[in-house]
Unconditional design. Structure first.
Length: 262
């Protein structure tokens, strides 16, 4: 019987993390690398990727990067092809790349809707399908972790500054994508789970925190704090490792209790 430390060990595993050059994606990549995985980061901007790879390397993590535009089917296919060419296989796929757009529902532009839905849902389907078909299903094992959001659990209050119809819709869709894919691919030894972060300071949330007021946001959270640069590490390590081998189809909120009281 393995020890708990052995169950969490990711030595020899290959992880692909999209949106991995900063924020939550980089935090997750760091966690997987610290547990022994080799990490491949993907994002649009090469300079950001280079900085992230250097940061991980300074921590003793073996990392590389692939610049890719997840907004197109061709970009997703190219990413899967290049990642598999680099590493030979993908053991862990973290679907973190995403976008948001704010506008009142009655004025919401179609291009804004399509941008969010294409990146937050369509690209995740395409990349999961490609990695599953080319690497995980033939090998009979894999871990897929989708980064959703507590915005997928509910709508926005009438007095909320958040006018994020497409974002909330996309994250709710991602949650049921997670459950449905878990049901189909469990027989292949693949687990599919999602984490739903609450409010974390990031480039994406900066405008929201400024508009709503950071102190007001904190007061709405039972733990009276925002997420930090460590709070996703534990759940990511659990879901990526053999410690979580009997967990699939789940959405785990990491939000200081915010979704419990909304």
């Amino acid at each position: 019987m393995r020890t708990t430390q052995q169950l969490f060990d990711l030595t020899g595993r290959i992880a692909l993390v999209t949106g991995g050059s900063r924020g939550l994606g980089l935090q997750i990549a760091e966690a997987l690398g610290e547990m022994g995985a080799r990490v491949i980061l993907s994002a649009r901007k090469q300079a950001d990727l280079d900085a992230a790879v250097a940061r991980l390397g300074a921590r003793g993590i073996v990392a590389s990067a692939i610049a890719a535009d997840m907004a197109s089917a061709e970009g997703v296919a190219a990413l899967a092809t290049e990642a598999l060419a680099q590493a030979g296989r993908i053991d862990i796929l973290v679907n973190n790349a995403g976008a948001t757009w704010a506008a009142p529902a009655e004025d919401f532009p179609l291009d804004g809707w399509d941008k969010v839905m294409n990146l937050n849902v369509r690209s995740i389907f395409l990349l999961s399908q490609a990695v599953g078909r080319q690497s995980m299903i033939p090998r009979g094992r894999g871990r897929i972790i989708n980064v959703a959001s507590i915005a997928g659990f509910a709508g926005n209050a009438p007095d909320s500054p958040m006018k994020t119809l497409s974002y909330n819709t996309s994250k709710a869709a991602l949650m049921n994508f997670t459950r449905t894919l878990a049901g189909e691919w469990g027989r292949h030894g693949i687990t599919v789970n999602a984490v739903a972060p609450g409010f974390f300071p990031s480039k994406m949330s900066r405008g929201l925190l400024e508009n709503a007021g950071e102190e007001q946001m904190i007061r709405s959270v039972p733990l009276q704090r925002l997420g930090d640069d460590e709070d996703l590490k534990g759940v990511a390590a659990l879901l990526a490792s053999d410690a979580g081998k009997h967990i699939t189809g789940q959405v785990i909120a990491v939000d200081g209790g915010n979704s419990a009281v909304r």
